[in-house]
Design a protein around this ligand. Structure first.
Ligand code: FES
Length: 167
């Protein structure tokens, strides 16, 4: 449609705006990709369980994005004294689940609002989307994660914080 319009365009301004906008969007995507690549390359270690953060760093009903040794990202959520970990990639269009919030007991994607139960990564019925989950543990008040993801929709018993650890 734009190319048809450009055939009769008398002003270069619209053409400039069109291609300038397209270049800006492409440039922003490339820049974002470079930043993520740099962040991913700082991940270290491989294979065994890896430390994520002190449990006290988690915020209630908020996600924490953690870059795994293979560059994948896990979204870790603390909700009502429980902790679960999911893939950071929404099953809809790969939105960043870890940047979402807990709403109505579900992790809610910040892009279009798809929801997933934190313990099994499944959307509540009647929806059928599901994302991988991760096994997690606490050692000396540090949250640990098994970097090998479970199959999408696999239930993992949430970690339950002791009364003194709850926020
Ligand atoms: S990408 Fe998550 S809802 Fe669309």
């Amino acid at each position: 449609m734009a190319l048809g319009y450009f055939q009769n365009a008398t002003s270069g301004f619209i053409v400039f705006i069109f291609f300038g906008g397209a270049l800006t969007v492409v440039g922003l995507h490339l820049w974002s990709g470079m930043l993520e690549n740099r962040q991913d390359s700082t991940a270290t270690g491989r294979g065994a369980w890896v430390p994520v953060c002190p449990v006290g760093d988690l915020q209630d009903k908020r996600g924490k994005v953690f870059v795994l040794p293979d560059g994948e990202r896990a979204a870790i959520f603390l909700y009502g004294g429980k902790i679960s970990a999911l893939s950071n990639l929404c099953a809809h269009q790969n939105g960043p689940l870890g940047e979402g919030r807990m709403l109505y007991g579900c992790v809610t994607c910040p892009w279009h609002g798809y929801q997933y139960r934190p313990a099994d990564g499944r959307s509540p019925p009647p929806f059928t989307e599901k994302v991988p989950t991760y096994n997690i543990a606490i050692e000396n008040d540090v949250l640990m994660i098994d970097p090998v993801a479970n199959a999408a929709g696999t239930y993992v018993e949430p970690l339950v914080l002791a009364e003194g650890e709850k926020q």
